[in-house]
Design a protein. Structure first.
Length: 407
């Protein structure tokens, strides 16, 4: 963070920066419009990816991310794009994500780099013997079709030592997926079914073979376009396809060519600015930044707009850490707490859970941010949004814990 008083570098105020950032993440407009078929695919292409996560206290992360942007979305709308059309594929950005398949060719660089990195790391941190399973798995899948990790590895001792205590065949399946030989063709429940990549990814997206230089250029350009403004480190982290040094070198070249310029972005701390990069035309938005709807909406903890917790804190003054892995007595808020967005501000967080046995969404607590008051109007908007979320998640009512407002 640069606390500068005098500078020839252009500046964008914090309010404008927040509005630009939310617009790039499809969170400035009202959450209306079609959310299936080509329209849903276009939305995911616009924001880049949606993260997949197993926690299902209300709905899984990928569904909640989409619902926050398009409230006509139904949880069944995603499967045709993933499992029938294969216009989306599942792989890794910073974590497991659903990604437009038109971007698949650029993941070849990740496959190549992960072959040695994962082999080296997993030789040290996984059970021995997984490498000997590669050919056996590929032949089995080729001959018999998609498999889950539970359907292979007969006779191997199943793990009891934690999430990563996989049997060797499970490790081999994950390795072959992470390095591109296998792809996830669908999920049953939340279990991945793996098939040969050539039977999952449409041939039009299998043929292109971009060079390393082309992949770096695509990854940096497309990341900056989706962020609006970013440091070289933030550009590298967006897709997690390129190394920080490669993103820095790309930024240096792009500045020299005039494709991007240094810009100081106002932070939530008054008088403080952070040096970033942006397209030259971003400066025009200082006068015409999109004004976000005042619609109150609840975001997934894994929303792409919140993925970089430090950036969220710099831009919005909102400190957020998920407490899933924090022992219950030490949690400040709750197990799985959702940030609340209103206009261009993050105004609080809500701890809630669907109790599916009796069809209710139960609110354990709402914590307003400092200086935010939940008066009658804001409470009505919160109640309306939680009612919409309850319906989306299959609940019929919203219930409230005694003393739920933690102001």
């Amino acid at each position: 963070m640069n606390k500068t008083r005098f500078s020839t570098i252009p500046r964008i105020s914090n309010v404008v920066a927040r509005r630009i950032f939310l617009d790039r993440h499809a969170l400035a407009e009202a959450p209306v419009g079609s959310a299936k078929g080509p329209d849903l695919l276009n939305l995911i292409e616009r924001i880049g990816f949606v993260q997949v996560d197993s926690i299902n206290t209300v709905s899984r992360a990928h569904h909640k991310i989409i619902f926050a942007r398009r409230q006509s979305y139904k949880q069944g709308n995603l499967a045709p794009l993933l499992e029938r059309d294969h216009s989306l594929f599942e792989h890794w950005t910073h974590d497991a994500s659903i990604i437009p398949t038109k971007f698949f060719p650029y993941w070849r660089l990740r496959f190549e780099r992960d072959r040695e990195r994962l082999r080296r790391n997993w030789q040290a941190g996984r059970r021995a013997g997984f490498e000997a399973k590669f050919d056996e798995i590929l032949k089995h899948v080729s001959d018999h079709g998609p498999v889950t990790s539970g359907e292979v590895g007969a006779g191997e001792k199943r793990g009891s030592g934690g999430w990563w205590d996989w049997h060797p065949t499970k490790t081999a399946l994950e390795y072959l997926w992470r390095t591109g030989a296998l792809s996830v063709t669908r999920r049953e429940g939340f279990r991945k079914l793996y098939d040969l990549t050539e039977r999952v990814v449409p041939s039009a997206h299998l043929r292109p073979q971009p060079t390393e230089e082309q992949t770096i250029d695509w990854a940096c350009n497309s990341a900056l376009n989706r962020l609006g403004f970013a440091t070289s480190g933030e550009i590298a982290a967006f897709w997690d396809l390129v190394r920080p040094a490669e993103a820095k070198a790309w930024c240096d070249r792009a500045v020299r060519s005039g494709e991007i310029i240094p810009v100081e972005i106002g932070t939530a701390e008054e008088g403080c600015y952070r040096l970033t990069y942006a397209r030259p035309d971003l400066l025009e938005l200082e006068e015409h930044a999109p004004c976000p709807t005042t619609r109150l909406r609840v975001l997934s903890p894994f929303d792409p707009a919140l993925r970089d917790r430090k950036r969220t804190e710099r831009l919005f003054g909102f400190h957020y850490r998920i407490e899933v892995f924090v022992p219950a007595p030490k949690r400040r808020y709750g197990y799985y707490v959702f940030p609340v967005l209103e206009g261009d501000r993050l105004i609080g967080r809500v701890d809630m859970k669907c109790h599916r046995s009796d069809g209710r969404l139960h609110v354990n607590g709402v914590w307003p941010e400092p200086g935010i008051r939940f008066g009658k109007g804001r409470l009505r908007r919160l109640e309306a949004e939680l009612s919409r979320i309850a319906k989306f998640a299959g609940s019929t009512k919203v219930t409230w814990e005694t003393g739920w407002l933690k102001a």
